[in-house]
Write a protein that binds this ligand. Sequence first.
Ligand code: AMP
Length: 585
Amino acid sequence: MTDIHATLTALAKRRGLYFPSTDVYESVAGLYTYGPQGTALKQNLEASWRDRFVRREGHMEIESPTVMPESVFEASGHLDSFADMLVECAACGESTRADHVVEDATDIEEAESYSSEEIGALITDHDITCPTCGERLAGQAVTDFNLMFGTNIGPGSSSPGYLRPETAQGIFVEFPQLAGYARNQLPFAVAQTGKAYRNEISPRQALVRVREFTQAELEHFIDPEEDEPPIRDVADVVLPLYPVEEQQHDDGTLRELSVRKAIDTGVIGSTWIAYYLGVSKGWYDRIGIDMNRFRYRQHLPEERAHYAADCWDAEAKIDDEWIEITGFAYRGDYDLQKHANHTSKDYSIFRQFDTPRTVEQPRVDPDMSYLGPKYGNAASDIADALSDLAARTPDAFKAESVTVTVNGQAYMIPREKTGFAFEEVTDSGEQVRPHVVEPSFGIDRIVYSVLAHSYQEDVIDDDQRTRLELPVELAPTFVAVLPLMDRDGLDTYAQDVADELRAEGFSVAYDDSGSIGRRYRRQDEVGTPFCVTVDHDTLEDETVTLRDRDSTAQRRVAVGELNDVLTALHADERTFDETGTKVIT
Ligand code: AMP
């Protein structure tokens, strides 16, 4: 199998997984439509994500708008710096990601972290050419291109807005409201799945880099001093880690460490990140990512945002390329701080002390019967200045007299007239700015990786067959019902079987066209785990043939037991060989 991208593109179009949108008018790169099979697969994947990361963890989920006002992105920093480097070819006019052409032509792996001047120099030094027309790019300006799609909210241009480039901001902005729903108790986490939009310079490889995609993000708000994740739940999970040191040696060696060991040896700096790598590894395995083509790669220091303490990407290998499918970042208090600075709202949480703390605080109680007659209108400003001074420099009150300046004039006040004293104050807690731990999943890239890793070719009865070895949970169709022939009552019997299974809640396909062999192949190709065949014996003995996708083994099952058998298979409570009786083919 050589070019899995080309193979998948053909399969995806033929069988309704996904295909380029609006082709009938014009093909616009980076916009895809999921067909019937792909939509079902993606929905199943999202349901699985929700089950693992929201329901099982007991987190909240919200749905915020996909278009938001400019002020949000001004605060978040996207307006200023959510940009990629672009170089335009003077000959053909095509724009290309400047860092990518450098990566393709050199040994540099993370050219994104270089400045545009450095990238420009590298393009010249390596005499890099345009990937579209082959002309030299040397000397062309490398510019920053903001990836956000802009629009106006309402008529006119007075209210600029942007399609969100990530779902996360919809959560951060609403933190004050969401904290209330969490009863102002840390830690708590909020999830959101939905569309994100990035005007990518060079979309590529079908679903891998598109301009509209689906994210599933989780923002876990924690008290950095007090909160720890339930590490024991994942302590023994072994992680395929590709830490910075290994990347610098450049031999691609992975370190297989348990979550516990990775924390104890300091390979993963944050217990929270370690926790999410542990949880997610189980999930990737569950959805059919091949664990031999999977790793967690740590961000190189130059790749990491300045505020992020530790970042790892989950990566899946497709052909020879490693593709980032999820980012895990310890973001500190960066996001909440930004929104706090740009609004008058409280982006913090009150942390109650275990026992109230008593501290001595300096304060003044100036003698106004002295200050008033002596300084007239300036008296109250002098009192305020004394109060400020006590808070800032209590030692100033050790002298016999204290000097304060009001409106440029110095006043010397005898200490006994200031009423200076230390007062005991009891605090029951303090305001804490939560830190954020963010696992950010790219659903489309995960769909694509699952397809690439589940794609199999084998030979059955001298016949080449293609199959998607999708886990039952993700398969667009769970069971296909096939009448052996389209007559003799087999069709109506099969229709009834299909209706009954649908009523039970299974996703069921009905197919009566073509030879039974071809119909099996059609289902194999879209990953349907089981087929039920109704034949002439069915009319006699009320049994059907149940066929397993991967082994192609067949068992004879009583129609009356079909629901129970399929329910058990769906829940993975029974193996295929434990159902009905074996059919010798
Ligand atoms: P980021 O915010 O860039 O870390 O992206 C989070 C996740 O979204 C990544 O791990 C990818 O899986 C996914 N992603 C980012 N950009 C794209 C894109 N243009 N097309 C498809 N998926 C993307």
